[in-house]
Ligand binder design. Structure first.
Ligand code: SF4
Length: 236
């Protein structure tokens, strides 16, 4: 009797996806110059519910008005809101930024997140997500790109793509998908997988009309095979 082929583990499937994306897009790395954690936190808060272009404009305007974190922390809510207006949700983002900076100063005696470096990932994430307006995605971006921890940020592109690939459950939201996938992301793959999945989601696996025939993940994607009329099951 022939035994059925064992199903690939989630870790093996994520590795396979990362390899296929790497072959198409290359393997992006985390910048050698670590992004300053507090600036990264501010930038990531500004990125919520807006485009990268609007986020970058808002961040540039904020830096022009408040060149350093201490100056920003002492800024009036009205001035901060005015500076970041182009990024949308300016009032809520102003509140999130100023309250985070004020609490960090109060609790740590200065404007720094360096103490997160020595913390295990779950504790560091718990600390960051205890700030109003900071969710798992924001926390994971800071932990991955500023501290090099094995956090896996999931944005709307990654959520859509991983659901279509059958890697994340259909009902998962951003946080659940991130926490579910993270332990299975092979060591060292979080950065290239995160960046390449976002690129695929923007350029190929678009929300409305995914370009499945040209997608490097078609051979392992149940949704792509359904859309292209291929009947053979995608390998699992
Ligand atoms: S094959 Fe289609 S549905 Fe699957 S990841 Fe690629 S573009 Fe998205």
């Amino acid at each position: 009797m022939t035994r059925p082929m064992p199903r690939k583990t989630l870790a093996a499937r994520l590795r396979d996806v990362s390899d296929r994306l790497g072959a198409r897009y290359g393997r992006p790395r985390r910048s050698a110059h670590r992004t300053e954690p507090l600036e990264n936190l501010v930038l990531t808060i500004l990125s919520q519910n807006t485009t990268d272009a609007n986020r970058d404009r808002a961040f540039a305007a904020l830096k022009e008005k408040f060149p350093t974190i201490p100056l920003l922390a002492e800024g009036s809510p009205r001035d901060v809101e005015e500076a970041i207006r182009g990024g949308g949700l300016a009032r809520a983002k102003t509140r999130a930024i100023l309250s985070a900076l004020s609490r960090i100063r109060r609790e740590r005696g200065g404007y720094t997140l360096d103490f997160l470096d020595g913390m295990p990932l779950p504790e560091a994430r718990e600390y960051l997500t205890s700030f109003p307006g900071v969710g798992v995605k924001t926390a994971n971006i800071v932990l991955l790109f500023s501290f090099g921890k094995e956090a896996f940020p999931v944005d709307t592109h990654i959520l859509r793509v991983t659901k279509r690939l059958g890697l994340a459950p259909p009902s998962a939201d951003l946080s659940r998908a991130a926490l579910l996938l993270e332990p299975h992301v092979p060591r060292g793959e979080a950065v290239p997988l995160h960046i390449n999945l976002i690129r695929l989601g923007r350029e190929v696996c678009r929300p409305r009309d995914p370009r499945c025939p040209e997608c490097p993940l078609l051979p392992v994607c149940p949704e792509g095979r359904r859309r292209t009329g291929k009947t053979r099951k995608a390998p699992r």
